[in-house]
Structures are given as structure tokens and as C-alpha cells.
Write a protein that binds this ligand. Structure first.
Ligand code: GDP
Length: 453
């Protein structure tokens, strides 16, 4: 592999600027541009040694520098690495890099140092991704989670799941292929037990991801309900501003009105939508279509019902649409005489809350419900966490395969059929950590890095 070089520090004036060189020729290249004060060549140094000296360009010293030598495999990339620290003026750092390139290195691509670290087995993909996350992290929780991942907490969990699966798979394969040999018998009970444990480990990861995302990115929330039940009033109660116009004429909330509110420490991206009902009015119909879409795409649904009106088929229809979703039945207008038969829809919702949007009553209950529903209370930022959609998808696919395998095991499916699913699950996890990731995936990940990392 070619010897690469790049400026490792930011594109701004600072006290120190660092040019990093990595590859077989790193030390030889550095020796061409750096002369130590005591004339010792860097090539005579062991790893983890530093020398003070000058950067030489066309025979002349252009700056003082400290050269730090790492000998592979004990370096960030796993290759020989030299870091030249010079004064942090933009021009001087660029000139140093230019001298290094003239001496035989080639410019590093975005993320190439970390990519080499990955290819040389210094870290897996989850750790490599956490390097990029750590650099770009803004929130403190986010930063903590990225550092945890860099320390390998996610890799450890995934690898322990993988070990279980591969053990299981090997045993099953041996059992199927060599039925006459004396191989430790794999009972269906033991298989079910292992698969259940794996499923719960993966489930924890997926839940923690959703919750972490909810806390860091906010939750897409749809407020839905028939016209006039008080959706806009709820939106206003949550946002404390008059984002939606509240009137008593049915169907006045024509379109999705958006806004962010904080409820019990989490951000809800609110969408207040047109009422769920059939309409001949074209404008109104467009609004209703959006309402259906909003409900489909939302991570949290607040379905509002008017407690002062008898339940009708539209309410039931809405409740049906909410079944299985993270949805709260918000029973509004509790200041009026109760006519609504909540029992007809209650079992379709994970939570039910009573409010009076007009007087802003019930906000705390709603906040508690949403927190419980989204698992915020149990969220543990120090637990291993999937960092992005790629990792989540791999984990989800593995989880789905394991659920199928478990169903299979419970219904007496043959071991070789179950093993196919276990192998697919293992493949997904191997892609997650990069032990089996395609070049395309790897290239895509590192292309998002900055140059010099
Ligand atoms: P939307 O069509 O679902 O957005 O409903 P609105 O928020 O526009 O409210 C419809 C009507 O119900 C308005 O006249 C509100 O003042 C009224 N309303 C909303 N919330 C309450 C409540 O808690 N109690 C009472 N009595 N009226 C309410």
C-alpha cells in the first residue's frame, strides 16, 4: 500500500499543526524532510520516540518541528506512522505537507488513515464510525456514547452474540452432516434458550437505539383526530404559542402545521394535521391525505378524542389505525360532561391520558406517558449503543432472522432450515462490525470522514 500523508489538524491557525504520514515508507519519507537537531535519522529510532529538529525544504530549514515515530503495528493505522508537529500557521503546515508529498508520499483520501486502521484489524467498523461520530458530536450524551463505542463496548456485545450464534450453528451443522458421529447433542430446548437470549440482547440494542435517537434527534409526532376534537388546542397547549388557528368551525385545520416542543426533556417534532374524515372539499382532502401519511410516518402518535361526544365509527377507525404503533389516546375536553365510551378503543392504545386542552390541564400526565412509551426513563447512555441507520439495519435484520429461527425451533422445524436463518443473522452481525462488510459499504463509510483522520 502506498504511503499516505495529510494535515491532521483543522484548517485554521493554531499553536501547532500536524502532518501525519502512514505506510511502509513513512519513516523514510519523513527522513527526507525532517533533520533532527542531533542529526539522528528517524529510521534509527524505535517506536514511540520523538525528535526535535527542522523541516527542510529545498535544502533550507523552514520551521522547527517535533517528529513522532510509531512503528507498526503499534500505531493508529497499524502501519509505520510519523507525525510532524510544526507551528500552526496555515501556510507552514501546507508547505510541510507539500514537502512530504514531494518526498514520495501520496495525499490521503478522506478517512484513509482510519480505513487502514480498520483494514489492519486495529478497530472494527463500529469503532471506526465512532471516530467520525466523536469528531462531529455536539451534544454531551452523544459524545459519551461515541467514546463508549470507540472503546469497543458495542463490538463486545455484538461479538458475544455472534459467538453464541456461531457455536450454535457449528453444532447444528455437525449434527446434520454427521448424524452417526458422537457429537454433543443439541436439544431443541437448548436451542430455544440460546435464540431467546440472543433475541433479547438484540432487542435491547434496538430499543436503546430508538430511545437514544429520540433523545438526541427528537421524536416525529403526529397529532391526529376528527375535526374539532381539539388537536390545534393540544398543539397550542404543548407549544405555548398559537401555531394552529383554533376555531369552532369543523375542518379549519387545513394543513399540517409543524413545530418543535419540549415535553419532559425530549423534543417532539409536532405535526398537527387535518381531521381524519372523508371530505368532498378538495383542499380538505389533501389535508386528510397528509394526516394519514403523518400517522404512518410518525414515531409517536397523539390521537385526540372529544370526551363530550359519543364515540362514532371514525373514532374507531382511527383507533384501528393506531393499533401496534407508539400511540397515546388523548381524551380531551374533560371539563365537559363525558359521553365518550373509551372502552371501545382503549385496547388499541399503549397509553391513555385525560386532558383539557382549553385550560392546559393534563400536561404532566401526557409528559409522563410519552416518556414511558418512548422508554426515556430507562435509557442508559452508558450502555452499548448502535450509532447509525446502517448499524441499526444490520441489527434489525439479524433480529428478524432470529425471531423466525425461534418460531421455527418452537414449531419443530428441521435443524438445517433453522441453521440457514441463524447463518443469515450471523452474516448481518458480521457486516455490522465489518468482519464481512462489502467494499462498497466500507468505502461509503470512510468517504464521510474528513481528510487527515
Ligand atoms: P381541531 O379541529 O381538532 O384542531 O380542534 P380545535 O383545537 O380547533 O378545537 C375545536 C373547538 O374545541 C374549539 O372551539 C376549542 O376552543 C374547543 N376546545 C378545545 N379543547 C377544549 C377543551 O378542553 N374543553 C372545551 N370545552 N373546549 C375545547
Amino acid at each position: 500500500m502506498k504511503t499516505i500523508a495529510a494535515i491532521a489538524t483543522g484548517n485554521a491557525v493554531g499553536g501547532i499543526g500536524v502532518v501525519r504520514i502512514s505506510g511502509d515508507e513513512a519513516i523514510a519519507v519523513a527522513d527526507k524532510v525532517f533533520k533532527s537537531a542531533d542529526s539522528t535519522p528517524l529510521s534509527s529510532l524505535k517506536g514511540y520516540r520523538a525528535k526535535f529538529g527542522n523541516i527542510i525544504e529545498k535544502g533550507k530549514a523552514i520551521d522547527n518541528a517535533v517528529a513522532l515515530v510509531f512503528r507498526g503495528p503499534k500505531s493508529y493505522t497499524g502501519e509505520d506512522v510519523v507525525e510532524l508537529s510544526v507551528h500552526g500557521g496555515l501556510l507552514i503546515v501546507q508547505k510541510t505537507l507539500q514537502a512530504v508529498l514531494t518526498a514520495g508520499a501520496v495525499p490521503a483520501q478522506a478517512g484513509e488513515f482510519t480505513k487502514r486502521a480498520f483494514l489492519n484489524g486495529k478497530m472494527d467498523l463500529t469503532q471506526a464510525e465512532s471516530v467520525a461520530d466523536l469528531i462531529s458530536s455536539q451534544g454531551e450524551e452523544n459524545m459519551k456514547a461515541s467514546f463508549n463505542a470507540l472503546q469497543g463496548s458495542l463490538s463486545k456485545t455484538i461479538n458475544s452474540v455472534l459467538e453464541r450464534l456461531l457455536d450454535c450453528s457449528a453444532l447444528m451443522a455437525a449434527w446434520v452432516d454427521y448424524p452417526d458421529e458422537e457429537i454433543e447433542e443439541l436439544s431443541n430446548d437448548k436451542l430455544i434458550d440460546t435464540l431467546s437470549q440472543v433475541r433479547s440482547q438484540l432487542d435491547n440494542l434496538l430499543k436503546n437505539y430508538d430511545c437514544g435517537q429520540a433523545i438526541t434527534n427528537g421524536i416525529d409526532t403526529a397529532i391526529v383526530g376528527r375535526p374539532n376534537v381539539g388537536k390545534s388546542s393540544l398543539m397550542n397547549m404543548l407549544s405555548g404559542t398559537d401555531k394552529s388557528i383554533v376555531t369552532h368551525i369543523e375542518g379549519t385545520t387545513r394543513d399540517v402545521v409543524e413545530g418543535d416542543v419540549t415535553l419532559g426533556g425530549i423534543v417532539l417534532h409536532l405535526r398537527d394535521t387535518a381531521g381524519i374524515r372523508q371530505s368532498d372539499d378538495v383542499v380538505e382532502s389533501i389535508g386528510i391525505e397528509k394526516a394519514y401519511n403523518a400517522l404512518d410516518n410518525a414515531q409517536l402518535v397523539l390521537a385526540v378524542f372529544d370526551s363530550s361526544k359519543p364515540i362514532d365509527e371514525k373514532d374507531v377507525e382511527l383507533a384501528e389505525m393506531c393499533a401496534g404503533k407508539a400511540a397515546v389516546a388523548v381524551i380531551n375536553k374533560t371539563d365537559l360532561h363525558a359521553e365518550f365510551d373509551i372502552d371501545k378503543i382503549k385496547d388499541r392504545f399503549k397509553k391513555t391520558v385525560y386532558i383539557c386542552a382549553k385550560d392546559s390541564v393534563g400536561l404532566e400526565d401526557l409528559s409522563r406517558c410519552v416518556n414511558e412509551l418512548m422508554g426515556v426513563a430507562e435509557f442508559d447512555s452508558s450502555a452499548p449503543m448502535l450509532a447509525n441507520a446502517r448499524q441499526k439495519q444490520n441489527c434489525q435484520n439479524a433480529y428478524d432472522e432470529i425471531c423466525q429461527a425461534l418460531d421455527g425451533a418452537k414449531s419443530g422445524m428441521t435443524f438445517d432450515a433453522i441453521n440457514v436463518m441463524i447463518d443469515s443473522a450471523a452474516d448481518e452481525l458480521l457486516s455490522l462490525t465489518g468482519r464481512k462488510a462489502t467494499t462498497e459499504v466500507v468505502n461509503n463509510i470512510f468517504s464521510k470522514f474528513c481528510v487527515g483522520k
